[in-house]
Design a protein around this ligand. Structure first.
Ligand code: SF4
Length: 441
């Protein structure tokens, strides 16, 4: 039975030594109770307490870390069924499949590996590559070619334990995901995973089969497991994934592992896109796409970002004074909030116009202009404070600032907060800023 934070705290050393990364034993205990950290984070738990806490403290979905060369991808450690109940922690890793029979491996991997796109200030990339032994005789060479073109973690795919063993031997010191074990080969696969210190994906046609396999493989000493439940239809895979997560959260340990899905097996690019999107939202830890397509990758990465951001914490940018298009002392100073989407809407419009300006980003707890104003987080006092804190006066010779049209009501109060400054009211929408700047400033 799960223990409360206080019950766990009583079993900790209570010395507040901070070695676990938390300021107090109680803070660590609370995180343990929420299943967001592992008991091994405290090196001083007694053997007796360890035994009592082990069952209760393990996260319901085991954390699995795939390691490449200096790049990790994590899955698991999830604690809820619905994102709004808490948050989802480890984003579904997006992997691109490479087949060992391909003749253009270096070029394909290099193209996908170099993919980088920025969305509201966050850099998106591919997470890793999945090398499939469709031609087993070329598997090891293919892995070497992939590894020469990327440092990202790898998934190795073959139903033959000997082939996977030879493939894993190419990656010393890394933690790939071997895919995979079935009822037919699980013993040999467990040996390969144990020797290679790799994670092991398990396929099964039913939850009973998967649960049976995880218990047997765990008894062989392999604990880093990933479930590949398959599912032949969109509805079928959704049901399986939901049942697995639901049972894991009820502490059914045999299914308490992240999931792997291969939507490319669905047959068409359209179905692959739909299944991949479904997998990101419901509950895949690793998604293997058949090919690299920037269009699909971007859409999936944006979807993933929106699913995996903490619903209680808006995406924010750091408040400050930002130069756009090499402003001079006479260039206008525009004011906005530190909600990422607001900031990038304004910054992109101004940057695209080619007009020089300074953008004063006020700390509004990451809220958009109107929301922040309504919540009392974007008022004359905060704007005036930001003007002073970020040294705006030293950078401009006009003593003029432009506030968003939505908060025109603040102009009077702001004149009182900033005596001697001219307060201009800009347009309501960022898209209208360039025209306003050309005509009115
Ligand atoms: S490492 Fe252990 S003893 Fe030290 S603060 Fe953390 S929980 Fe307490």
């Amino acid at each position: 039975m799960a223990l409360s934070g206080i019950q766990i705290y009583k079993m900790l050393p209570q010395t507040n030594c901070k070695e676990c990364g938390f300021p107090t034993c109680l803070a660590f205990a609370m995180k343990l109770a929420a299943k967001q950290v592992e008991l091994s984070g405290c090196p001083y738990v007694s053997a007796e307490s360890k035994a009592k806490l082990a069952e209760s403290s393990a996260p319901p979905v085991r954390l699995i870390t795939l390691k490449g060369i200096g790049i990790d991808v994590k899955a698991g450690n999830e604690v809820c069924l619905y994102r709004h109940e808490k948050t989802f922690y480890n984003k579904s890793g997006l992997f691109v499949r490479i087949k060992s029979s391909q003749t253009d491996i270096a070029a394909q991997v290099a193209r996908a590996d170099a993919y980088k796109v920025t969305y509201v200030g966050i850099d998106f990339t591919v997470d890793g590559f999945a090398v499939e032994a469709d031609d087993p005789s070329k598997f090891a060479e293919a892995i070497k070619a992939v590894r020469a073109a990327t440092k990202r973690p790898l998934i190795l795919i073959s139903s033959d334990p000997a082939v996977l063993s030879a493939g894993a031997a190419v990656l010393p010191g890394e933690t790939p995901l071997l895919c995979g074990a079935t009822s037919a080969n699980w013993e040999a696969m467990a040996e390969v995973a144990k020797t290679a210190k790799a994670a092991l994906a398990i396929s099964g046609d039913s939850l009973d089969e998967l649960a049976d396999l995880t218990e047997k493989i765990k008894a062989k000493g392999v604990e880093d497991l990933v479930l590949a439940p398959g599912g032949k239809t969109m509805g079928g895979s959704l049901i399986l994934a939901t049942q697995i997560r639901r049972l894991a959260l009820k502490n059914f340990r045999a299914l308490g592992y992240p999931m792997l899905t291969m939507p490319g097996n669905a047959g068409s690019p359209e179905r692959e896109s739909l299944l991949a999107a479904q997998a990101i939202t419901k509950y895949a830890g690793f998604v293997v796409l058949d090919k690299f397509s920037p269009e699909l990758m971007y859409a999936l990465l944006v979807l993933r970002e929106n699913i995996y951001t903490d619903p209680q914490k808006p995406i924010q940018v750091t408040p400050g004074l930002f130069d756009i298009n090499n402003p001079k002392p006479e260039s206008p100073v525009l004011v906005t909030t530190n909600f990422s989407i607001t900031y990038f809407s304004v910054a992109n419009e101004v940057e695209g116009s080619g007009l020089p300006a300074r953008l004063l980003v006020v700390d509004a707890d990451g809220m958009s202009v109107l929301t922040a104003w309504a919540a009392g987080k974007f008022d004359a006092e905060r704007i005036a404070k930001a003007v002073k804190a970020f040294g705006v006066e030293a950078k401009t010779n006009k003593k003029q600032i432009v506030i968003p049209g939505h908060v025109a009501v603040l102009s009077g109060e702001l004149e009182e907060e900033l005596p001697g400054w001219e307060i201009r009211v800009g347009p309501r929408e960022a898209v209208d800023l360039p025209a306003f700047m050309k005509k009115a400033l």
